[in-house]
Design a protein around this ligand. Sequence first.
Ligand code: NAD
Ligand code: UDP
Length: 317
Amino acid sequence: MWAEVPLRLIVSGAAGFIGSHLCDRLLEEGHTVMGLDNLLTGSLANLAHLEGNPHFRFVRHDVTQPFELDGRVDGVLHLASPASPKDYLRHPLETLEAGSTGTRRMLELTRQSKARFLLASTSECYGDPLVHPQPETYWGHVNPVGPRSCYDEAKRFAEALTMAYHGTHGLPVNIARIFNTYGPRMKLEDGRVVPAFLDQALRGEPLTVFGDGSQTRSFCYVSDMVEGLYRLLLSDERYPVNLGNPSEMTILEFAERIRRLTGTSSPIEFQPLPEDDPKQRRPDISKARRLLGWEPRVPLEDGLRLTIDYFRGPAAG
Ligand code: NAD
Ligand code: UDP
């Protein structure tokens, strides 16, 4: 019912990788979108194609600061937070603030507007998981004082705050636990493994595999992620839902696939494994399948080709 009318939605983190794709999708669905972003890790280039769109407005705003809203809002989708390990290790305090004060401000805005709220949470809530694959019922294995804690604990706090607003104020909320997602508009230099390996392969430089490459991940193409987020937004599920691709591989296997796909002659160079780097990660997406009828559709090779086209094109700079 809720989605049958055009909605007025706020997307925080709109100039980021996933946020900008989400704005595109919401606009395609006929909704009106206000994008908030302080451009800490995002870029206006990700929204340049929306310039002049009467249904979209960008406001440069730090979500940890008060926000005066003029007019009605039906939903707030809170994605604002550094997300790449390189970014959050460089900005630990800003990351903690975005997850805590930023989430609080976005929740307050939602409450005052009698709107609904979607939190972009993360698989990092599971830390370096001891249960594999990870279902939503697993509480995680997080080092609260390690280098990644600024991100992990901020997101865990954000989830707790979101549930407290739901319990205390009856706010309709959704919590998406997003697993590794990739695609066009990632920054080449953001340090995450997909842009790092593609950049290295396209330049003919060594692919930097951290540790012995036996740690596992699975990669979800961004259009699949946005579909999952949209379905979750329309659902009545108040507890966390995993969104990600269950097709798991080791990082060494992933490096080999990138080498084959790009035809590069880049060698593999092993580098030290960062502290607390999760050894295994794969979402159990049974809940999303059951509740949202969702599962990823885009095969890895197709998604990687689209991402390579983007990195080769003028948009990459
Ligand atoms: P991104 O860095 O591209 O986007 C995040 C955006 O938030 C950036 O545009 C940044 O400028 C903005 N931002 C940061 N702090 C802000 C603040 N205080 N006020 C306003 N804007 C602020 O990252 P992304 O990959 O698009 O991630 C988006 C969301 O999804 C994040 O919340 C992240 O934790 C979550 N997530 C992403 C992944 C992934 O694989 N991409 C995985 C798990 C969770
Ligand atoms: N990784 C790597 N080489 C790189 C960048 C990352 O081997 O140049 C590894 C990293 O150690 C991790 C995995 O790839 O095990 C995914 O890293 P990413 O930073 O993309 O995200 P994470 O899942 O760790 O948040």
